[in-house]
Design a protein around this ligand. Structure first.
Ligand SMILES: O=C(O)CCC(=O)C(=O)O
Ligand SMILES: [Mn+2]
Length: 195
């Protein structure tokens, strides 16, 4: 499929015991905020819980509109170091999503906000329940999906965001929770506007 070079799936990046340990720790250590937000006077409910962690000085409008920026926890830092050395890339932020059960989801989108620059490279890690990750081409009818198992590292090359939308749809067969981490590199505002 055309997405082959744009989406790389590395199963068992963490083994089952590590996944269990990480999932439990994230579930209990993250201070999950309420998922009801008010933006521009309008209230809405996010269909999952999220936290956003970034290096000092990093701002991201998507999350700054919704979420306070938190510092890295020891566990998130440890995972970041492992992902960075595996992928030979440095990330400065992570969005943590908790899908409490199969009713929680993320709708169709691509992660292409200007703050991620022209070449958004994103590493996504899954812990807990298996969920389908769906994608559909922006210009053609091409589409596909992969089952993301606990411990899987999904690497989204920049062209994946250019060409495809993705989502994690509702799955009413799923009773268990899932935590997903998407490591990102936000370009600091001062660099965004230079030249
Ligand atoms: O949960 C996932 O696998 C994807 C999450 C996602 O697309 C996002 O946070 O931008
Ligand atoms: Mn995404």
């Amino acid at each position: 499929m055309a997405h082959g070079s744009e989406l790389e799936i590395i199963e068992d990046f963490y083994d089952a015991a590590e996944c269990e340990r990480i999932y439990r720790r994230l579930l209990h250590e993250q201070d999950w905020p309420d998922n009801r937000y008010t933006v521009a006077g309008r209230q809405f409910t996010l269909p999952r819980l999220q936290t956003w962690h970034a290096d000092p000085g990093i701002r991201y409008s998507y999350s700054n509109n919704l979420l306070q920026t938190r510092s890295w926890t020891p566990l998130l830092s440890e995972i970041r170091t492992q992902i960075e050395s595996a992928l030979n890339f440095s990330f400065n932020s992570v969005l943590v999503n908790l899908y409490r059960d199969g009713n929680d989801y993320v709708g169709w989108h691509s992660d292409n906000e200007p703050e991620l620059g022209e070449q958004p490279f994103i590493a996504s890690l899954t812990f807990g329940a298996e969920r389908h990750f769906e994608f559909r081409h922006k210009q053609s009818s091409e589409n596909g999906r992969v089952l993301l198992r606990s411990g899987t590292l999904l690497v989204m090359q920049p062209n994946f965001q250019h060409h495809w939308l993705h989502s994690v749809p509702i799955d009413q067969n799923v009773m268990e929770g899932r935590i997903n981490l998407t490591f990102r590199k936000v370009i600091p505002a001062s660099n965004c506007f230079s030249n």
